[in-house]
Design a protein. Sequence first.
Length: 278
Amino acid sequence: MEYKVKHWAVACTFAVFGILGSANAIAERFIVGAQNLSYFPHYDFESDVDKGVGWAILEAFSDVSGHEFIYVDLPIRRLQMELMKGNVDFVYPDNDRWYNGITKTKDKSFSLPLTHAVTGTIVKKKKAGKGLTAIKNLAMPLGFTPVNWQERVNNGDTLLTSVKDVPQGFALLQQEKVDALDLEYHVAQYSTATLPQYDDVTLDLTLPHNEVSFCISTLAHQGIIDELNGFITSNPELIKEIRARYAITPLSELFDTLVSEQQLAPNEVWTKSMPSAE
């Protein structure tokens, strides 16, 4: 299979706005443990050119603070273990609502969101709008947790198929070996732009979807988190510019377009309070 590569260039120079919380902070070097999954435009830490929007914001912070971040991509299930062992200083992405069974949220410090992900369920356009009960087999990247699907998975109503990467998930969806793909909206948009054979898909609003913050976390470096948060709050226009460069759009701005495309009535849109079966 031949992939058409689309370059999402990030400017090398960032304007500096505002002042960091601590003018006397000492520049240090830190290791960031990151998911070893190509999930662009959010992240792709195996790339030598552009590692995604979260990386771009951290690099902008690095330019101002003098701190150096070295990125180590690891299997998703190893990230928290390496953080606990002290082999990495930070984990990205992370969220204080995610449960991992290794580290405890109360022990960690979390940054403000570097970006927001629109997680959802991708289906072929011709099969959109059929609701939860139509999804008998769901593909999902290995290591991810099917939070909104857990009840149906536990009950045997929906089978879960783990995929090693996003292209494999799209291939299974195209071949109709699965009914849907649990995937972030912007990742799906980027993937269909670079893999045009899979462009007949949409994020189905009758199926589980929500907006999730991607933060960076640590067990031992609260001070750096405070500095980063100060940088984010002091530079809203710069953060907005970086996110726009990667075409990251909030769910609130996508919602009306998707509802119109899928010709949905308000009561047909999935919410967490909807029953899992008819």
